[in-house]
Design a protein around this ligand. Structure first.
Ligand SMILES: [Zn+2]
Length: 458
């Protein structure tokens, strides 16, 4: 086949892909949206355990096999990224423990309600209210804090002892009693708690915890059914991060490398935030050579891909442990399972499933970025996006209103067209090559006639 002809065919196919992917995307369904997080639900649990209820949920909706979350892969940074579409350096919730050098304030998981820490971004529950609707929440991180001078219309003050059933009961009550509630967020601590306590490699304990999580998904579907919300509202079930096994044999003890009087530790593992009390470059050198399974970065040398550099709350030196390694100052292993590691690791990725009138049915997608969820949710709710690091283009094919063609089908068509045209070209050349042998006597005769004619012309 002529190269130009092949280019033409490929260009035509590309054009057809572009045209089907640029539908106007008009979203007319502004049904309420319920966002659910099961903390620490590693994506590949879906392949290793059975989830009859969750399977029923996404088989009639959308499944994204894995979600690339944000660094650091901890609970608070990632829940705020889901709600804002921003990397941690942009929304300001950078870790479980933070220190602000300008105000000298401290942030911990038990002292998180100062709006100062959260006000660098506007979460979706606040945007929903700015658009004239109501939002409700059951213990999603940050929803019991006054952010941009608002809390959700109804919310529950965080209390880890409150059952999933009670949290769910409140959310379904608020959604079913008031049509102006457009956004609801629901948070549950499992399977994170079991993953930390026993380690994700303890399949006996994980199977028990994951069965309870699946039963909770069943309870969610049942309660939505009973309140008449099932099939009418959009539901997204996802998580903040995965989990990896740790061990006593994979400990990095800082006391063996540096004197404690030479630094302050703000956050410890698996990403440590360090404030030097001696010459920073001297401390950096010592920490760099401490353990081959830990990388040390001066703040301005943190890799761009981590999006974890441009914020006052990021300390002068950070240490990043390799997958499954734990940083301590001294002593033993604090937890058998942990997360927080590099967000390029598959073990750190959660999954996402969605169901409801806005979503396609039986649609499966390999991966998205967690920051892409925010623009998708804004689109579903018909509210304007705040500036964010996500892209609606990455998630829009999950929606039933968007005209999308499966890329695999398009590639198949291109290959099919190429094979057919190549075959036709080959057959055409084969027939053409056979022509001279059958007509050779005439050709010779014509040649002889030409030869004979030449002298006459002269
Ligand atoms: Zn978490």
């Amino acid at each position: 086949m002529h190269p130009k002809a092949l280019l033409f065919v490929l260009a035509a196919c590309y054009q057809s892909v572009i045209s089907v992917n640029t539908g106007n995307g008009t979203q007319k369904d502004f049904s309420p949206l319920l966002l659910v997080s099961f903390d620490g639900f590693r994506a590949d649990y879906l392949n290793s355990y059975t989830f009859p209820h969750l399977h029923k949920f996404f088989s009639d909706g959308v499944l994204v096999d894995q979600v690339t979350n944000v660094f650091i892969t901890k609970t608070f940074p990632n829940h705020y990224s889901l709600a804002t579409g921003l990397y941690a350096e942009s929304h300001g919730i950078l870790a479980s423990h933070m220190y602000d050098p300008l105000t000298k304030k401290d942030f911990t998981l038990h002292n998180d309600s100062d709006p100062f820490w959260w006000n660098e971004a506007t979460p979706i529950w606040v945007s929903v209210q700015e658009s004239g609707y109501k939002s409700v929440a059951a213990m999603w991180p940050g929803t019991d804090v006054m952010i941009q001078n608002r809390t959700p219309t109804h919310f529950m003050k965080y209390n880890g002892k409150v059952s999933f059933r009670e949290r769910l009961g409140n959310v379904t009550k608020w959604l079913s009693e008031d049509d102006s509630v457009k956004f609801a967020a629901l948070y549950w601590e499992e399977p994170d708690y079991t993953g930390h306590t026993y380690g994700p490699d303890n399949t006996t304990e994980m199977a028990k915890a994951l069965k309870k999580v699946d039963d909770d998904v069943g309870l969610l579907m049942e309660q939505l059914n009973q309140t008449g919300l099932w099939g009418k509202i959009n539901v997204i079930i996802t998580s903040d991060h995965g989990m990896v096994q740790c061990s006593q044999g994979r400990l990095i003890q800082l006391d063996q490398c540096v004197n404690r009087s030479s630094y302050i530790v703000v956050d410890l593992t698996p990403v440590a935030a360090i404030i030097p009390l001696i010459e920073p470059s001297d401390l950096y050198k010592k920490l760099s050579n401490c353990n081959t399974h830990m990388k040390a970065y001066m703040k301005d040398a943190i890799p761009d891909r981590l999006h974890y550099k441009n914020n006052e709350r990021i300390q002068p030196i950070i240490l990043v442990a390799d997958e499954g390694w734990t940083i301590v100052q001294q002593g033993g292993l604090p937890r058998l399972g942990d997360h927080g590691y590099d967000n390029s690791l598959r073990s750190m990725h959660p999954f996402l499933a969605a169901h409801g009138p806005a979503f396609r049915k039986g649609y499966r997608k390999e991966s998205i970025n967690s920051v892409d969820l925010y623009p998708l949710m804004c689109h579903i709710l018909g509210i304007p996006e705040k500036p964010n690091n996500g892209s609606f283009a990455h998630t829009r094919c999950m929606l039933v209103t968007e005209k999308c063609t499966d890329l695999a089908v398009v590639v198949g068509i291109v290959i099919g067209v190429f094979i057919v045209l190549t075959t036709i070209t080959f057959l055409f050349r084969l027939m053409k090559n056979r022509e001279p042998s059958s007509s050779r006597p005439f050709a010779r005769l014509e040649l002889q006639e030409d030869d004979d004619d030449d002298p006459l012309l002269d």
